[in-house]
Design a protein around this ligand. Structure first.
Ligand code: ZN
Length: 90
């Protein structure tokens, strides 16, 4: 028998995202309710290592901004049901 551990997270419980630098371990937290999407740092704020393959105008930073913008918009919508993110923990 196979089992897996799943977690359901309500959208309203998502506070933001954290980005960890692989080089130095510095973690930057972006509060979903407060972040200005054009102010996401494409480089580590501590060691200046690029965190994305391209900076400022590349598809990676654009996609990240769109995901954050979408999460923010979904959190503010009123549903008659509950939408949750479904996350596997193993
Ligand atoms: Zn760093």
């Amino acid at each position: 028998m196979t089992s897996e551990h799943l977690i359901l997270i309500e959208l309203g419980d998502i506070l933001g995202i954290a980005i960890d630098c692989e080089r130095c371990g510095t973690r930057v937290f972006y509060d979903l309710g407060k972040i200005e999407l054009d102010r996401i740092h494409p480089r580590c704020v501590n060691c200046q290592e690029p965190l994305l393959d391209s900076e400022k105008k590349g598809p990676e930073i654009t996609n990240l901004r769109e995901v954050l913008s979408g999460l923010r918009a979904l959190r503010e919508l009123k549903f008659k049901g509950t939408i949750r993110l479904h996350i596997r923990t193993e």
